[in-house]
Design a protein. Sequence first.
Length: 277
Amino acid sequence: MSYEDILVNVPLVGNSHQVDFALTVAKKFGAHATGICVLPEAAILRDAVQSPFILMNEKEASDTIRLEYEKVAELEKQFTATAERAGVSHDWRTAEGDPAEVLLQATRLYNLVIVGQSGTEQDLLWGAATQLALSGCPTLILPAGWSRIELPQRVLLAWNGSAQSAAAARSALPLLKTASTVTVLKGQNREAPPERMRLTPVSIETYLSRHGVNVEIADLAEPDADAGEGILKQAETLKPDMIVMGAYGRSRFREWVLGGATRQVLEDMKVPVFMAH
């Protein structure tokens, strides 16, 4: 398993660390990197101009959209130049619309998507990072202000036996294999098989060891309800370069309004977080 196609979100502002990190990953795995810039304001202005209920100066709207596309053209040039210097196969996409909705459509044929941490409370609930993590596409989320571009060497893998944590472990395997140490943080087993199955429990450490991953084991002291706090505490102690965990959420309201480990980690993350659902 590897990453053949990587999509990186490139916002108009604060994008260089995401591009540099994505190209580092792409170069390591011989992947094709696609940069994408989404313009929500352009989509809003086009809708406003066409609405009979909104007074909008069409020329001002057109000028604003034109200026945004000029900025995107410059971003594309920078992305292309950086990718060519790195020797990474690449292309570019520009889109208009809500970033989360656009990226959910755009990621369908990629092995990995790289995005930045959501900034506001509303973004945390409905933003691109959250919705991508829950979409099924492996998602690597970089914290605000993250500037390191090296591949992670110390990784904290949160494990509770669930389908989500298994999906995260499988999807992150190429990065886990390049790490020097992976600490498996074992929490309460969410999905133990029924007793009638007589099935030997899955051993995550055995699975990882078979793939050449150097594994260490730690126990999550906190109960399942406080798993997010426990993961962050361990991250403070172990100082990992990346956290790997499952993304949980059955609907937009059942978990994200009430909270959960996924939300807490996304709120308070200090290192990149790799999530899969």
